[in-house]
Ligand binder design. Structure first.
Ligand SMILES: Nc1ncnc2c1ncn2[C@@H]1O[C@H](COP(=O)(O)OP(=O)(O)O)[C@@H](O)[C@H]1O
Ligand SMILES: [Mg+2]
Length: 593
């Protein structure tokens, strides 16, 4: 007799569950999608311990009769497709017929369901085996309760992250589903707490308000467009609203929340030049097209899809969104308008003369020397490049800061100074960033309660439920950098004051940016947050390029720089000062060989 045998169904289901049921949020996704497929207009999700203890989804959809109630838990049991032909014309969220079987194999499931015609049915299943089946009067619709998820797969259970993380995934999922189905009233409750509640009136802007707050919803503009194959519509944020990640771009294709890089990129491109580099918009995009063009059978969780005529769709998305942003934009603003401040009249004449044009062919280059000052440029966008506090610059900090005699300023950007051993160019902006960075780094390290100052108007900020959870989790860490969050309702926070040394005029901005930092970067420890805070503050109001300085300003700047612990690089790792030695100058002019 051979060694091969067919596995029993519960075992094969358990194996399939490995793919379909990754975490509690995957269960919620499958159950809610089933409820949507059943034509529900109201879906209630109740969870305990981020779904690890209980997930209960109640809907008012079609329900099932007695036979289907049991059959629905068999592998490959589905009412949604029956022939191969259907596979290419999928109009439902489910079609693989394996979700319930998989879920039931790794948890304890109870089902109450009624199609409103025959009497209702209750089924209880444990680890994939039907334990009980009963008939009883029930209203039309379905309640599916999943408890003790992964009770029989301890290895999977071990992989679960914190309650907050798992809950975060669930909230994020429901936010997206609610955005996709404004005509369904969703309610998500975790224990006692209602985390999301939409009214099901079909108004997407109202759903946006329920999730991101009314202030954001008011700044979203509708768009729509079509080609012969695709129709798109949705809401896009005004350029004044930006986010540090692409996570606020939500894509739906034929009612399915999907992740699709090139379409997401088309949205980002639509905002090109409207948003600063590494800032992203908030966009809800609904794409509709013949199901024949959208292959959803690519991945068990059905979040990745393949699109035909992708280029055409990309173009439609980019152009439609761009047009709608343009149409409401006032005079376009340059992201960073350099402020040209002319120094008082006692400027040296030199500063008024036209700066020498740089880099002509005959001019020798100093690359070799400059290279030795350069810290490797970060490849990643700066926002994510944060040198550690302990970073030693390329020049040993012990190298004494030269005695400088200031000569003048060129291009409103660089200070020229000389010493016995040659001359120096100092990037005034980088210099000031370094000085301020060290100042704020020390301040942030010793936030004290008595040093607070009130904001003129307390800042009230509304967040989505998952963001609010994260903020609560990180409240202590934020406090260590001087952000004092006060809870004001489940998803609203108030900030009333801040440490006195926050950069003047930028207090609100700093508070908001630091909060966003915590929301964007999944892993945030206090050390990193402090660095971020110090760098952020040091960049505010540092002297920008094209800013003429008086000799006193320059002398003061050089004195401060001299006091800095690491005067030779700015907090982003770029050089502050470069040196041209007397020897090199003489070599250039062939005075020495
Ligand atoms: N909430 C529900 N209301 C009505 N029918 C449901 C519900 N959930 C599941 N079903 C039925 O059970 C079947 C199996 O569900 P599932 O395992 O998720 O597979 P699929 O959704 O891929 O068909 C569905 O095809 C549907 O007929
Ligand atoms: Mg399903």
């Amino acid at each position: 007799m051979g060694n091969i045998h067919l596995m029993d169904e519960p075992l094969s289901n358990k194996i399939a569950a490995g793919e379909v049921v990754e975490r509690p949020a995957s269960v919620v996704k499958e159950l809610v999608e089933n409820a949507i497929d059943a034509g529900s207009t109201s879906i209630d999700i109740y969870i305990e311990e981020a779904g690890l203890q209980t997930i209960q989804v109640t809907d008012n959809g079609s329900g099932m009769d007695e036979d289907d109630a049991v059959l629905s838990f068999s592998r490959h049991a589905t009412s949604k497709i029956s022939t191969e032909h259907d596979l290419f014309r999928i109009r439902t969220l489910g079609f693989r017929g394996e979700a319930l079987a998989s879920i039931a194999s790794v948890s304890k499931v109870s089902l109450w369901t009624s199609d409103g015609i025959s009497s209702g049915t209750t089924v209880e299943i444990e680890g994939g085996y039907v334990k009980q089946k009963q008939a009883g009067a029930l209203r039309k619709g379905t309640v599916l309760q999943v408890s003790q998820l992964f009770f029989n797969t301890p290895a999977r259970l071990k992989y679960m992250k914190t309650i907050q993380t798992e809950l975060g995934h669930i909230i994020d999922l429901l936010n997206r589903l609610a955005l996709c189905y404004p005509s369904i009233a969703f309610k998500l409750t975790h224990g006692e707490q209602v985390l999301l509640h939409t009214n099901g009136r079909g108004d997407l802007q109202q759903v946006i308000a329920a999730i991101y707050g009314t202030a954001i919803a008011k700044k979203m503009i509708p768009f729509e467009g079509e080609t012969a194959d695709y129709r798109i519509r949705g809401y896009a944020s005004l350029p004044e609203i930006t986010r540090a990640s692409k996570n606020y771009i939500t894509l739906f294709v034929n009612g399915r929340w999907v992740k699709h890089y090139s379409i997401q990129q088309a949205i980002v491109n639509a905002y090109h030049t409207f948003l600063p580099i590494e800032r992203f918009p908030l966009v809800i995009l609904q794409i509709e097209g013949d199901p024949y063009l959208t292959d959803v059978n690519v991945h068990p969780a059905k979040q990745q899809i393949r699109l035909s005529k992708e280029k055409e769709l990309q173009q439609l998305v980019e152009e439609t969104i761009r047009k709608s942003i343009r149409s409401i934009m006032r005079a376009p603003e340059i992201a960073e308008k350099p402020k040209k401040v002319i120094a008082p009249s006692e400027q040296l004449d030199l500063w008024k003369t036209k700066p020498i044009q740089s880099s002509t062919q005959s001019m020798p280059t100093f690359n070799k020397k400059i290279d030795s000052f350069m810290v490797k440029e970060p490849n990643e966008p700066e926002e994510t490049f944060v040198p550690s506090m302990d970073t030693t610059p390329s020049i040993s900090p012990k190298e004494p800061f030269p005695e400088l005699d200031i000569v003048g300023q060129i291009h409103g950007t660089y200070i020229v100074a000389q010493s016995a051993d040659g001359f120096y160019l100092i990037d005034q902006h980088a210099a000031q960033e370094r000085i301020k960075y060290e100042f704020f780094r020390d301040k942030v390290g010793e936030v004290q309660a008595e040093e607070r100052q009130s904001l003129l108007i307390p800042l009230s900020m509304h967040y989505s439920a998952d963001e609010a959870l994260r903020l609560k989790e990180y409240a202590g860490k934020l406090e260590e950098v001087g952000i004092y969050l006060e809870e004001f309702g489940p998803t609203t926070f108030i900030v009333r004051d801040h440490p006195v040394w926050f950069p003047k005029g930028f207090e609100e901005e700093i508070v908001k940016e630091l909060i966003e930092q915590v929301l964007t970067h999944r892993k945030t420890d206090v050390k990193k947050l402090r660095e971020d805070a110090a760098i952020m503050m040091s960049c505010k109001r540092s002297i920008k390029a094209n800013h003429y300085l008086t000799k006193e300003d320059m002398t003061k700047l050089m004195e401060d720089l001299k006091q800095a612990e690491h005067p030779f690089t700015c907090p982003h790792g770029r050089p502050v000062i470069v040196h041209f030695s007397t020897y090199e100058i003489e070599k250039m002019f062939k005075r020495v060989m």
